[in-house]
Design a binder for this molecule. Structure first.
Ligand SMILES: Cc1cc2nc3c(=O)[nH]c(=O)nc-3n(C[C@H](O)[C@H](O)[C@H](O)COP(=O)(O)OP(=O)(O)OC[C@H]3O[C@@H](n4cnc5c(N)ncnc54)[C@H](O)[C@@H]3O)c2cc1C
Length: 469
């Protein structure tokens, strides 16, 4: 039997602490890493997409790193379903190795690839890598899925130990990479994409970028629990895009937080646990992609006003904190967690628009878009999900703004037309006296929108809508 294996990289774009690479390099004499720019996914995206560029830059970094070792990353552009069996034949590979990807699209794709290569007499060997605990690893005493976070976290923490956090070493087996002639990498343009504004954002790409952000966050982790809720403050880690593309190792991150043990680190570890929580929900309940987790809330009669939806997407609802959040998303592909909760709540409970519309919009804009976390976050905010915010708890966008952006620093960064307003007036400019607006050079309806809805009125409508089932 041939002793060549392919390692198919997907959302695990790194060459360290990598389950599939580790197992393939240990078991096979010659290992060929492969990345496919999969047209089944790429063809659905706009031609300028920050995610594709982040992905491309990170793949290019991998390729350079492998070429420095005399190896190479084989990069192809086309349908992964068709290309993987072809590559396996081309290299006479004994098997293909990959890490689990439990998104419904990926599960179906992997099943197709597994069947095709099984027909060639080859196996698809896959491993947990993307989360600490996956699938059925953390179950209730009755053997079911957890649908409430707090007991899940308790069980997750009780199971956590050195074994689950240990690295899958790669470098020590590096002489098992197949030595290959270097192939050029297809350019972004050859893939059919143009550059976005990624280079102007403070988001370094690839393994080097992930390492730099993690190093920076390690210096701040002690204050995480105090700083994380204030969007104008550098509180969170900004590692979500790297976690999504696997340019950092979840085990390394969780191990650091676990061993650190301080209040900030414990709070952060709980966020990593939320990530596992939503992944196991998606694995057990793939129907949440299209439906409410709670069936009784699946068909709420949302009026779905398209003009209000457009105003929300474009950051012109007249509620500055919501508009600043949406403009941050549109300009940078990132939105602070507190603002994701608030913007989502506002769409569903103030504008009375189906959470699925908002979820889809976030999916097109977020650099860190992750189906499990995004769906979980939206269903939490919309009160349709597992362990969600109860429907009668409705964020007041003005008090949230006063509490979490008291000096209106975040608002003024993304709504510069309000920069001259005193901070206390910037949370609800429609309440400002004409003289104060005039002093700040703001004409509502001209420089900045009048609020498109009255929160107090919409709140009552939302309560009535949710009570209907
Ligand atoms: C409506 C809504 C949509 C969301 N969509 C996404 C998404 O598409 N992708 C995504 O990664 N996160 C999503 N989140 C969760 C959270 O907002 C982001 O993970 C976080 O803001 C990313 O910033 P950070 O890396 O600086 O986070 P940190 O505060 O530094 O957290 C560390 C990591 O923990 C994980 N995490 C934190 N909070 C959550 C959470 N509530 N659920 C799941 N994982 C979490 C993320 O991987 C994050 O990178 C969403 C939340 C809401 C309310």
């Amino acid at each position: 039997m041939s002793d060549i294996a392919l390692v198919w990289l997907r959302r695990d774009l790194r060459l360290f602490d990598h389950a599939a690479l580790h197992h393939a390099l240990r078991r096979h004499d010659r290992v060929v890493p492969v990345f496919i720019f999969d047209t089944d996914l790429l063809d659905t995206l706009p031609r300028s997409d920050r995610r594709v560029e982040f992905n491309w830059e990170s793949v290019a970094e991998l390729k350079r790193a492998l070429q420095q070792r005399g190896a190479d990353l084989v990069v192809r552009h086309g349908s992964a379903r068709a290309l993987l069996p072809q590559l396996a034949s081309e290299f006479s590979a004994a098997a293909i190795y990959a890490n689990h990807d439990d998104d419904p699209f990926a599960r179906e794709r992997d099943a197709v690839v597994a069947r095709s290569i099984a027909a060639q007499g080859r196996a698809l060997n896959s491993f947990k890598d993307h989360v600490i605990f996956e699938r059925d690893e953390v179950l209730t005493q009755a053997g079911g899925m957890y649908s409430v976070f707090t007991p899940y976290k308790r069980a997750w923490l009780a199971q956590l130990n050195d074994f689950y956090l240990k690295s899958y070493p790669v470098a020590r087996y590096a002489d098992h990479y197949a030595q290959l002639p270097c192939e050029p990498m297809p350019t972004l343009e050859a893939l059919g994409f143009v550059r976005s504004n990624l280079a102007t954002l403070r988001l370094p790409t690839g393994m080097a970028g992930g390492e730099a952000l993690f190093a920076d966050f390690q210096e701040r982790i002690e204050r995480y629990h105090e700083a994380r809720d204030y969007p104008a403050v550098k509180g969170p880690s900004y590692l979500s895009t790297h976690l999504r593309f696997g340019t950092v190792s979840i085990r390394e991150l969780a191990r650091f937080a676990w061993q650190h043990g301080g209040a900030g680190a414990q709070t952060w570890l709980a966020e990593l646990c939320w990530r596992d929580f939503y992944h196991q929900i998606l694995y057990h309940r793939p129907d949440v992609v299209a439906h409410a987790f709670k069936p009784e809330y699946d068909a709420l009669p949302f009026p779905n006003r398209e003009d209000w939806f457009a105003a929300w997407c474009e950051g012109r609802t007249g509620y500055p904190i919501v508009d600043a959040a949406m403009r941050q998303l549109n300009q940078t592909g990132y939105m602070h967690n507190r603002l994701r909760m608030l913007a989502a709540s506002f769409l569903v409970k103030d504008l009375l628009i189906d959470w699925r519309w908002g979820e889809r919009y976030f999916a097109t804009q977020l650099l860190d878009f992750d189906l499990a976390a995004n769906n979980g976050g939206w269903q939490w905010a919309a009160s349709t999900g597992c362990d969600a915010q109860p429907y009668f708890r409705i964020f007041n966008p003005v008090t949230q703004s006063e509490r979490f952006d008291a000096e209106a620093r975040f608002i003024k960064r993304y709504c510069p037309e309000l920069a001259a307003l005193p901070a206390k007036l910037a949370h609800a400019p429609w309440r400002a006296r004409p003289i104060d607006l005039a002093a700040a050079g703001v004409v509502l309806g001209r420089d900045y929108p009048e609020p498109i809805v009255d929160h107090a009125v919409q709140r009552e409508l939302a309560l009535a809508l949710f009570q209907r089932p």
